[in-house]
Design a protein. Structure first.
Length: 87
């Protein structure tokens, strides 16, 4: 994730009350991020949804098919990175 995207995502999470930040008392340049109770509830919900999604996918796609899919996606990702580095 690029730093701009990460900054935007974290700001959104702060604005929605999902995380809180605390400056490091020993090094004011550092900021520690913590999930709030609301953030922990969202994490639990997200985890449950990911598990459900994975179960549904495994009902329709074999382990071998998933392995091929991951190999293809890794090749696509590598190609994207190579092209980004060439520009």
């Amino acid at each position: 994730m690029e730093s701009r995207s990460l900054t935007r995502t974290l700001k959104g999470m702060l604005d929605r009350g999902l995380i809180r930040k605390k400056t490091d008392p020993k090094d004011k340049r550092k900021v520690h991020l913590f999930l709030t109770k609301k953030g922990m509830a969202y994490r639990t919900l997200a985890s449950e949804n990911v598990k459900l999604f994975n179960e549904r996918v495994f009902e329709k796609v074999s382990a071998e098919e998933l392995e091929v899919f991951y190999k293809v996606m890794n090749a696509v990702d590598e190609t994207i990175e190579e092209l980004k580095n060439e520009c």
